[in-house]
Write a protein that binds this ligand. Structure first.
Ligand SMILES: [Zn+2]
Length: 112
């Protein structure tokens, strides 16, 4: 049996009734629970499934603003598109974009 690494006394037992609450929705998932401190660890692949479902339901909180640094490449500055935006907007290296300036904001608009 696996030892709990939170209290270091209990054993981790496999359970299938871990509850995760996201925006008022309750998900039941599989994972491990410590027999002493009751700390719960949902299995990673189970958590990933829930995130997917939550996204489909539109309840996964999406960041409204992302903070990123620009990086230097050659003589220019490079802006990296965050991964989740890349996936959401289905961007790839062939995506054509339009860049416009609005006041002190930069708007990046995928065209395809
Ligand atoms: Zn424990």
């Amino acid at each position: 049996m696996k030892r709990c690494n939170v209290c270091e006394k209990g054993n981790m037992e496999q359970v299938d009734d871990i509850t995760l609450e996201i925006e008022g929705y309750v998900f039941i998932t599989k994972g491990e629970r410590c027999t002493i401190c009751r700390e719960e660890f949902p299995f990673e692949q189970e958590t990933a499934k829930i995130i997917l479902i939550a996204r489909k339901l539109g309840i996964w909180p999406e960041p409204l603003k992302l903070y990123r640094h620009l990086s230097k490449s050659g003589s220019g500055l490079v802006f990296r598109i965050p991964n989740d935006l890349e996936k959401q907007l289905k961007l790839d290296e062939k995506t054509e974009i339009a860049i416009s300036k609005l006041g002190n904001k930069i708007i990046i608009e995928p065209l395809s």
